[in-house]
Design a binder for this molecule. Sequence first.
Ligand SMILES: Nc1ncnc2c1ncn2[C@@H]1O[C@H](COP(=O)(O)OP(=O)(O)OP(=O)(O)O)[C@@H](O)[C@H]1O
Ligand SMILES: [Mg+2]
Length: 328
Amino acid sequence: MRIAVTGSIATDHLMTFPGRFGDQLIADQLDRVSLSFLVDDLQVRRGGCAANIAFGMGCLGLSPILVGAVGADFADYRSWLERHGVDCGSVHISETYHTARFLCTTDEEHNQIASFYTGAMADARLIELQPIADRVGGLDLVLVSPNDPDAMLRHTDEARQRGIPFAADPSQQLARMSGEDIRLLIDGAAYLFSNDYEKGLIEQKTGWSDEEVLDRVGVRITTLGPKGAVIDRKGEPSLHVSPAPELGKADPTGVGDAFRAGFLAGLAWGLSPERCGQIGNLTATHVLERVGCQEYELGQKVFLERFTDAYGAEAAAEVAGFVRCHHA
Ligand SMILES: Nc1ncnc2c1ncn2[C@@H]1O[C@H](COP(=O)(O)OP(=O)(O)OP(=O)(O)O)[C@@H](O)[C@H]1O
Ligand SMILES: [Mg+2]
């Protein structure tokens, strides 16, 4: 199954300032601020929704096709993703802009000064799916995850017109999109992903009830944080998938993306929705245990052991034939 993962590709540059921003700001000179903070620490974290999801799928042994726009500075990030099995052959390289970047400095009292530069992400709206489908020999599913809003609408529209099944994952972009645009993103989707808060937001903004949303999508997957996930299909009882126990909590950023990676891997392997949800939950747990979205390793043996502990030997046997982690 060939899955195109569309969405944002970005890096986060996180710095820590060993002082208080407030001490450096002079109240009667705020009309001409000129400050430089000497920072102690710089962490560069790879992120962006599509990159996170494709990374997770690659770690499970798939070769997802990453679709998004970046700048000429993408070389290092590309080799990282390719080393983890991601097909970067259809990533658009902007001639003008840098890759999207989140810059954030935190002081010792957890105050933050941050900027988000969209950059090349705006060029994602120029990407057409057909040449990508031609290059890889056809697409079986297109995931539309948070991105430049025009790109999200365009990819959805193109998938619909060409009859390629698509999965809607509007998450963070729900906040800034209109009800009308959100309806366009989810109407006719084979799969709809959101967390439980976003599920409510979708209903509020589209004006569609829980039932009406379900009428318009094939399968709705709602993540419930520490409670796992719930899978709904029209005319069938809701299926609750319990979470995979975590070994410790470090940082929840990226758990949603990792869940999607695992779920999509299960789909690619032709497994049941329940198994897909379980693989999603266990992949998400790995992210929760690390700081950063792509800092985890999936070990073939450990993954299957943990899967067995969480969901039993029978379920694990179904998954074991497919999971191909790079690490032992
Ligand atoms: N405390 C936890 N223990 C075990 N699993 C968890 C925990 N928190 C989250 N998860 C897993 O992560 C999945 C996604 O979590 P959540 O619903 O919080 O996503 P999200 O709100 O989209 O997160 P984000 O957008 O910050 O990545 C859950 O379905 C579950 O599998
Ligand atoms: Mg999320």
